[in-house]
Unconditional design. Structure first.
Length: 492
């Protein structure tokens, strides 16, 4: 088997038995990136020197019997995580040449665990989007294409570069961030697994902020087990993030094989609205059947405020982004355009540095926070957000995990849905409720649609109960037996 086709868990075994070296594993991935990245554009920056230095350190650690839990494993890092000495752009012209003087906590933990960083992955600008079309560094191509049609499809977003890199076998796993679905939807579009943990589980320190009450880092990998291994290393309390949770990190890997016997799985009746494509409805049904066969009990639940989740999210997220992005003023970070006076310098810097979608969100955000409209929009959205959380709290009195589709469609063509932002925002219909409620949620690949494109199911859990989410997702994954591979990939 080719080195790039290994799972993270298998690669770790082979490294530990010293049947392969970290150096050859990294070289295989760097070669794959060199070959395929010109077509996929999954990476904004490739870091071969860093990767090889980390790989050699890992080989020495294995030789000395001191290898960390991720020693020698090649990972891709979303270019929203600050990496000390390595350019970090947020896919924006504003930060085109920004080299952070410090490391995000999540990437520092991965480094400490011995991981190898092959590069920084492309994303929607400042993580705002569902298609990677808004990156200032160009669109990302999904490694999957429709059967008999070579037209480039989007990988989803905003962690589309990470999803494409993992699916195309350019890295064994990746980091993503998820504000309203940016780990789960691209995972679904690219046929991989991705987990957004509970808000507070992973530190946000050093992750370029989009909407601070929603942003969470999480793992993306080719299966559930690999996500669990990665999250165990990424998670944990951090005094540098005041919303980080001071709780022990369980062994997520061990939780994967717990099984689902006796678990109650909630199926929200509101999600079965007309308009869901038949093939997605059929896979959702298959997911219920698999879990029932594995010993779980299915219960119908109600999440009555779900229909307001999207509207709520597209008020709260822009409001927070308009505040967070005020720091890009030409003085403190990144780009500066000259101007006759201070105000003109601000205006020209922000006009040149931000793309259209980012500007749209800043405008919406300042509008909903403005004195005249604060009560009508922002305050009301906060109230609805509480109702949405209340729906989940009530539902979790009756069930242990919730099963839904991840996204309302498979990957679409580059350029589609670009004329109407609301069409693009509709991608997030199934993912934003768990984001607003801060709950752990995972997408697991389950099948292909009629065009040969992957589709995922989403498992949502109670706060800080990622373990049950992993256990349920693992059962679904095993039952679905998803083994299809994209057309564009290394080693085949
Ligand atoms: N697609 C959503 C948005 O555009 C989610 C983005 C994200 O989770 N970062 O805001």
């Amino acid at each position: 088997m080719s080195l790039t086709d290994l799972t993270l868990a298998d690669a770790r075994e082979l490294l530990a038995r010293r049947e392969i070296s970290a150096r050859e594993l990294s070289e295989a991935h760097l070669e794959a990136i060199e070959k395929l990245n010109p077509r996929l554009n999954a990476f904004i920056t490739v870091t071969p020197e860093l990767a090889l230095a980390q790989a050699e350190a890992a080989d020495r650690a294995y030789a000395a019997g001191e290898a960390g839990p991720l020693a020698g494993l090649p990972l891709a890092i979303k270019d929203l995580f600050c990496t000390e000495g390595v350019r970090t752009t947020a896919a924006s012209l504003m930060l085109e040449n920004f080299v952070p003087p410090y490391e995000s906590t999540v990437t520092a933990r991965l480094r400490a665990a011995g991981a190898v960083f092959v590069g920084k992955t492309n994303l929607d600008e400042f993580a705002m989007g569902s298609s990677n079309m808004t990156s200032a560094f160009g669109a990302v191509a999904n490694p999957w294409t429709r059967a008999g049609d070579a037209a480039a499809l989007v990988p989803g977003g905003s962690s589309g570069g990470s999803a494409a890199a993992v699916a195309a076998r350019l890295a064994l796993g990746a980091t993503g961030t998820d504000t309203g679905g940016s780990i789960r939807q691209p995972a679904s579009f690219c046929g991989i697994a991705g987990m957004k943990p509970t808000y507070g589980r992973c530190s946000r320190f050093g992750i370029i902020a989009f909407a601070s009450s929603l942003d969470q880092a999480g793992p993306m990998a080719r299966n559930v087990e690999d996500c669990a291994i990665l999250l165990t290393a990424m998670a944990g309390f951090d005094p540098k993030d005041s919303t980080s949770a001071d709780r022990p990190v369980p062994d997520f890997h061990a939780a994967c094989t717990r099984g689902v016997t006796g678990l109650r799985i909630g199926v929200p009746k509101e999600y079965a609205a007309p308009g869901m494509p038949d093939e997605i409805a059929a896979l959702w049904q298959a997911g219920r059947d698999w879990l029932r066969a594995a010993g779980a009990e299915l219960v119908e639940i109600s999440l009555p405020h779900s229909e307001y989740a999207l509207a709520t999210y597209y008020i709260v997220a822009p409001a927070e982004c308009s505040s967070n992005l005020a720091r890009y003023d030409g003085v403190r970070f990144g780009r500066r355009e000259d101007g006759a006076d201070l105000i003109e310098m601000y205006e020209r810097t922000r006009a040149a540095g931000f793309g259209a979608e980012v500007k749209r969100r800043i405008l919406i955000g300042t509008y909903v926070l403005s004195a005249g409209y604060y009560d009508a929009y922002y305050l009301r959205a906060q109230k609805v957000r509480s109702l949405i959380l209340g729906d989940f709290t009530a539902a979790f009195a009756r069930c242990d995990a919730i099963l839904t589709p991840t996204a309302p469609s498979a990957a679409f063509a580059q350029g589609e849905k670009m004329d109407d932002p609301v069409k693009m925002y509709l991608n997030d219909i199934y993912t934003v409720p768990a984001s607003l409620a801060g709950l752990p949620a995972m997408s697991v690949p389950v099948g292909l649609n009629q065009e040969g494109l992957p589709l995922g199911l989403q498992v949502i859990g109670r706060p800080f109960d990622e373990e049950t989410v992993f256990a349920v997702a693992d059962k679904i994954e095993k039952a679905a037996g998803f083994s299809a591979r994209p057309a564009l990939r290394a080693g085949g």
